[in-house]
Design a protein around this ligand. Structure first.
Ligand SMILES: [Zn+2]
Length: 581
C-alpha cells in the first residue's frame, strides 16, 4: 500500500471507531470525506504536503494528522482508538450491510467481537428479539457475511486466470469497445491477486452491455468512467473487477499507471521529473503541455529509456536497466519447445501417451518428459522398478510412430538420507531424471538432503525446489544459497514448476539463482489434459525473473536438449571421478 491508501484506511478506521463509540457525526463525516479525497489523489499525498498545497476536503486538523503520519508512520488518535475497541469489531464493521451502528448493537447485546461469534448468533435466531433487527436486516447481514468471506481473500493468480481471460473475451465481443487491457497485478503476473483492473477504450457508453454478463453478482459502482462489480469465479468465489473507461490520448499512460506497481510508478514519475516532465495517468506533460500518452511505447521513448515489460515493473532496478538499454530479451511462450514435467497413468496422472501427445501438439511442442513418480511415493502411485521398466518399453514403442517425442523420465524421490529412490543402473538409462522431495518432517531442514542427492551424477533437475504452495504452504526450511551454489557447480538444473499452486521457483528465487549461474527448466506438472496450458504461468515467472531463452532448457530443440543433458552428466561424472582420486 502507498501512503494514500494507508492514510485513507486509517481515517476510515478512525471514523468507524468514532461511530462505534457514538461520537459527533460531523467529525465522523470529516474523516470519511478526507479518506475518500485521499484515495482519489493522483499523486502521493506527501507531494501535496511538501508543496504546501491546500487539498480540497481536508481541514487543518486532519492535515496535521497526515503530517504526523508522514513523519512518524502512525497517528496517535488512531492508536488510542484501536486500544479501546476489540480488534474483531473492526472486521465486523467492514462486513457489507453491517457497519458501526449494527456492530455496536451486536457487541452490547451479545458480546459479538469476532466473525465466529457473529456466525453463531445468527444461527440461534436470538437477534430477532432485539429492537432494530428485523428479518430483512438479518438476511442482509447473512448475505453480507457471505460476500465478506468470499471477498476477503487473495487467489493464486492461476486459479482465476482463465475466468479473467474469458471475461476479457466477452468484453471484446461488445460492439464499440476498441481496446481492452487487463492491468494491475494480473498484467504484472503477481503470484496472488486480490482484484482485477481492466481498462477499455470505447466510442460509446457500453456499461449496460458489460453489466449484462450473467456472472456479475453485485454492482458496486456505475459511472461514466468507472464500473465496479463482484464477479462470480469458477471456484464459486467472488472477485472485484473495476473497469475504467480511458481516453485515446491517455491510453498508454493510464495503462502504465494502472499496471503499477505503485513503487515502480513512483520511480517512473521521479524519472520524468528529472527529465523536466510530469507523468501521471493522463499523460506525459511539459509545463502542462501534453507530450505523449497514447501508447506506453511512446512514453518510454520520450523519456529516452528502453520499454519495460509489465512483468518486471516491480521497482527492483528495472528502470536503471532501462536507462542503459540493458533489459535482456525475455523468454517468450513461443520459445518453449516442450514440457519437462508431465505425469501419465503409470503413476498418479490420468492420461495415456496418445492424450499427452495430442495436448503437446496443440502447444506446438517437440517433446514432453514423462515424469511419473518413483516407488516410495505410494500416495501418488509411485512405480516400482518393474512398472518403470515396463513403462519405459511402452514409451519407446510409442515414440517409433509419434509426432512428439516422449522423454523417458521420472520424478524420483530424494529419500530421508539424501539417496535416490532408484539405483544408479536404473537412473542412468532415463533420458531425464527429476529429483524432488515430497515428505518433510516438521521443522526439518532439507538442505543436506538436497546437497547429498546432488552428488548423484544422474540427477539432472531438482523439481519444485522450495516445496511451497501459493497461499497454503510455506517453503521448506532450506538454505537456498547453498542449493543454488551447488546446482551451479554441478550443472544441475532447477525447475520452475508452472502449476499455479506451486510457481516454484518463484520470481525472486529465480533472480537469485540466476546470479549463481544456474539454468532452469519449466514443467507444468500436468496430471491431466487441463494441465498443459499452465506453461504460460511458468514462462511468466521466468520473465519476472528476467530470464532469456538461453537460461531455460525447454527452449532447446530435442537434439540440443538431449546433448545438453548428456554433456552435464558427463561433466558431473568427471567431477566425481576427480574428487575421488
Ligand atoms: Zn512433485
Amino acid at each position: 500500500m502507498n501512503n494514500n491508501q494507508i492514510i485513507a484506511k486509517i481515517f476510515n478506521e478512525i471514523a468507524d471507531a468514532l461511530e462505534f463509540l457514538g461520537d459527533n457525526p460531523f467529525k465522523i463525516r470529516a474523516y470519511r470525506t478526507a479518506a475518500n479525497v485521499i484515495e482519489g489523489l493522483v499523486e502521493d499525498i506527501s507531494v501535496y504536503i511538501q508543496r504546501n498545497e491546500k487539498i480540497y476536503g481536508i481541514g487543518e486538523d486532519l492535515r496535521e494528522k497526515i503530517i504526523e503520519f508522514l513523519r512518524t508512520g502512525k497517528i496517535k488518535k488512531h492508536e488510542e482508538l484501536l486500544s479501546k475497541i476489540p480488534k474483531g469489531i473492526f472486521e465486523i464493521m467492514n462486513i457489507p450491510y453491517v457497519g458501526p451502528k449494527t456492530a455496536k448493537l451486536l457487541y452490547e447485546h451479545f458480546g459479538v467481537d469476532s466473525i465466529e461469534k457473529l456466525k453463531n448468533i445468527l444461527e440461534t435466531g436470538a437477534l430477532l428479539k432485539i429492537k432494530g433487527f428485523g428479518l430483512k436486516k438479518i438476511e442482509n447481514i447473512k448475505k453480507g457475511l457471505e460476500l465478506y468471506q468470499k471477498l476477503s481473500q487473495r487467489f493464486p493468480i492461476g486459479e482465476v486466470y482463465n475466468d479473467i481471460i474469458n471475461f476479457k473475451n466477452y468484453l471484446s465481443s461488445i460492439d464499440g469497445i476498441e481496446k481492452i487491457e487487463i492491468a494491475g497485478s494480473f498484467r504484472r503476473f503477481k503470484e496472488t491477486i486480490g482484484d482485477v483492473d481492466i481498462l477499455i477504450l470505447s466510442k460509446r457508453d457500453v456499461s449496460d452491455d458489460i453489466l449484462k454478463h450473467p456472472r456479475i453478482k453485485e454492482i458496486l459502482a456505475k459511472g461514466e468512467t468507472k464500473i465496479s462489480f463482484l464477479y462470480g469465479l469458477s471456484n464459486n468465489k467472488l472477485i472485484q473487477i473495476d473497469i475504467r473507461v480511458i481516453d485515446e490520448k491517455s491510453w498508454g499512460s493510464a495503462l502504465m499507471y494502472f499496471t503499477g506497481s505503485k513503487e515502480h510508478n513512483i520511480q517512473m514519475r521521479d524519472l520524468a521529473i528529472e527529465k523536466g516532465y510530469k507523468l501521471n495517468e493522463y499523460g506525459l506533460f511539459k509545463d502542462e503541455m501534453y507530450i505523449a500518452g497514447k501508447s506506453e511505447e511512446e512514453v518510454f521513448d520520450k523519456l529516452l529509456i528502453q520499454y519495460i515489460p509489465p512483468e518486471i515493473r516491480e521497482a527492483r532496478g528495472e528502470i536503471e536497466l532501462a536507462k542503459q538499454f540493458k533489459i535482456p530479451k525475455l523468454i517468450d511462450f513461443n520459445d518453449i519447445k516442450g514440457d519437462l514435467q508431465v505425469h501419465s497413468r503409470y503413476s498418479d496422472g490420468v492420461m495415456d501417451f496418445w492424450e499427452i501427445e495430442a495436448e503437446a501438439l496443440k502447444m506446438n511442442y517437440e517433446y514432453v518428459a514423462i515424469t511419473d513418480h518413483s516407488k516410495s511415493l505410494k500416495v501418488a502411485g509411485g512405480m516400482d522398478i518393474e512398472d518403470l521398466l515396463k513403462r519405459n518399453e511402452e514409451i519407446k514403442k510409442f515414440n517409433r510412430n509419434s509426432k512428439v517425442k516422449l522423454l523417458i523420465s521420472a520424478e524420483v524421490e530424494i529419500l530421508n538420507d539424501g539417496s535416490l529412490d532408484y539405483p544408479d543402473e536404473i537412473l542412468k538409462n532415463l533420458d531425464l531424471v527429476l529429483a524432488s522431495i515430497h515428505n518433510v518432517k516438521k521443522d526439518e531442514d532439507i538442505t543436506q538432503r538436497y546437497l547429498k542427492a546432488m552428488d548423484n551424477p544422474y540427477v539432472d533437475i531438482i523439481a519444485h525446489p522450495t516445496g511451497r504452495l501459493v497461499l497454503s504452504r510455506e517453503p521448506y526450511k532450506l538454505n537456498l544459497d547453498e542449493l543454488f551454489k551447488k546446482a551451479s557447480e554441478r550443472k544441475i538444473i532447477l525447475e520452475i514448476n508452472a502449476h499455479y499452486n506451486r510457481l516454484d521457483l518463484n520470481d525472486l528465487n529465480i533472480l537469485k539463482a540466476k546470479q549463481y549461474g544456474v539454468k532452469f527448466s519449466i514443467g507444468t506438472d500436468a496430471h491431466n489434459r487441463n494441465g498443459f496450458y499452465m506453461m504460460i504461468f511458468g514462462v511468466k515467472m521466468a520473465r519476472k525473473g528476467l530470464l532469456t531463452k538461453e537460461d531455460v532448457i525447454n527452449s532447446l530443440s530435442l537434439i540440443e536438449l538431449l546433448e545438453y543433458i548428456k554433456f552435464c552428466r558427463e561433466y558431473r561424472i568427471k567431477q566425481f571421478a576427480s574428487s575421488n582420486k
